[in-house]
Design a protein around this ligand. Structure first.
Ligand code: PLP
Length: 462
């Protein structure tokens, strides 16, 4: 299995290389050259298997011999052992014909644990073989950073430095980053905004001497291995509801388009998915683009579902690549137009996207109202991101095809929004109940490239 860039001008890589590289050198994103298809019998055989076994069968054809079968099984066992629910991604009924896929039973209470835990174990296994060390540096507005620190803490060949904007993440998010005690993970509170943090990380990647010296690597959401890990729960949930003999649809609260794009891959692999519905909050650039064809960023407006506050949705480029019939040059041109302010899709490309995706938007008031309504109707406490999904799913679902909405975070991760809507303050689950008693360890640092590089040099293990 070989991996190619969406812009067509970067070296073709193996799975392992694509995982370690992240972003392609031509600025594009890596995708498999072709997508393996599962037969109806193979899909039917997934029913009732442990999550790790489904993960093995779904992902194995993409790995191209990066690991032996025994190694990959061990990696999967380690990746998912910290989840607090035996099903890992349990499916719960919300209403007639409407189901909630709970993706928040991982160690940091958001769906990002599914991919981050796995990529942590895969990178460690691969580095242990080569004897190399890497330094992961990332910027976060909350969920990605906590998932990364949790996934990489204590791993032998990896050091992790996560930058977050001082004073601008929730208490739960901050504590998830500042309380791991392992010496290889470092929380850095930068004096600046999330955009500053992200810009400094980019600067470090562009300082090639520094990059080579410390073996810089990234784990942001464009990493193909993260997308692949997310294909698995589409498969377990569809099969629980009768696939391959019955079609299902999915609604996905979307920001960077990584999670919903995994659904597209699942469909291409043969899973009988009727519709994939993109649900956005008031930052609705994806909904506008899918309905009008125009992709024109106009500034982020902070919302109560902050993990979806985006204006440049990085993984959307992968969907465009397929909609353009795998024409890397055309995608490249579009991305140049985006740098200059935005782009408009041709009718043909818009139709190609519409064949796979529907979309909808949920305002701030509608998000709160949905949290309130679902608590009353089904005794279910939703996080604001999941509520965006449920509202859009209710508008889009049709009789006869079960709708599965992805619940992307635990309500306790966003207690203020949930309390404002319902009067109830959701409590942390038992495995984190003592989060507010654990000692914190964090370095406050200037928004300055020199200071950051010096800190990384000094604190990474040699
Ligand atoms: C990251 C995140 C999302 C958005 O996922 P994408 O893959 O970026 O579309 C939605 N909800 C929560 C809770 C998240 O952390």
């Amino acid at each position: 299995m070989k991996y190619v860039s969406t812009r067509g001008r970067a070296p073709v890589l193996s799975f392992e290389e694509a995982m370690m590289t992240g972003l392609a050198r031509d600025g594009g994103l890596y995708l498999p050259e072709s997508i393996p298809v599962m037969s109806a019998d193979e899909i039917a055989a997934l029913e009732g298997l442990p999550y790790e076994e489904v993960a093995f069968r779904v992902m194995w054809p993409f790995l191209g011999g990066a690991f032996t079968e025994a190694e990959f099984r061990e990696i999967l066992a380690r990746a998912y052992k910290g989840f607090a629910h035996e099903a890992k991604a349990p499916l719960k009924q919300l209403a007639p014909g409407h189901f909630l896929l709970e993706l928040f039973h991982g160690p940091t209470l958001a769906f990002k644990d599914f991919a981050m835990q796995l990529i942590g174990q895969m990178m460690q296994a691969s580095l242990a073989k080569s004897g190399k060390r890497i330094t992961i540096v990332g910027a976060t507005s909350g969920d990605t950073g906590s998932a990364a620190m949790e996934a990489f803490r204590g791993l032998e060949n990896v050091d992790v430095f996560i930058l977050y904007p001082h004073g601008r993440v929730s208490d739960v998010q901050r504590r998830q980053m500042t309380t791991p005690s392992e010496a290889n993970v470092h929380a850095l509170a930068i004096d600046g905004t999330f955009d500053d943090a992200q810009a400094r990380v980019k600067d470090m990647f562009n300082d090639f001497d520094f990059r080579d010296e410390v073996g810089l690597a990234g784990v942001n959401s464009i990493n193909w291995a993260r997308v692949l890990a997310q294909v698995v729960y589409y498969s377990t949930s569809a099969v629980s509801l009768g696939a391959p003999h019955r079609k299902v649809s999915f609604t996905v609260p979307t920001g960077n388009f990584g999670d919903i794009f995994a659904g597209y891959i699942a469909k291409e692999m043969g899973l009988p998915i009727e519709r994939l519905v993109v649900a956005t909050n008031q930052n609705d650039i994806l909904h506008r683009c899918l309905s009008t064809g125009a992709y024109i960023p106009d500034g982020v407006r902070p919302s109560i579902s902050p993990s979806m506050d985006i204006q440049v949705s990085s993984n959307f480029e992968r969907a465009l690549y397929f909609a353009y019939g795998k024409d890397g040059a055309a995608v490249s041109e579009l991305m140049d137009e985006l740098k200059a302010g935005g782009f408009t899709l041709s009718q043909g490309v818009k139709d190609a996207l519409a064949a796979a995706f529907d979309s909808g938007r949920c305002s701030e008031d509608e998000t709160s109202a949905t949290i309130t309504r679902v608590l009353g109707a089904s005794a279910e406490l939703l996080c604001p991101h999941s509520a965006v999904g449920v509202k859009v799913a209710d508008e889009q679902r049709v009789q006869g095809v079960p709708m599965i909405t992805l619940a992307t975070a635990h309500p306790a991760k966003f207690p203020d929004a949930v309390e404002a809507a319902t009067g109830l303050r959701p409590g942390l689950p038992p495995h984190m109940a003592d989060l507010f008693e654990r000692p914190e360890r964090v370095t406050r640092i200037a928004n300055d490239l020199g200071a950051l590089e010096a800190h990384v040099r000094e604190h990474r293990r040699k």
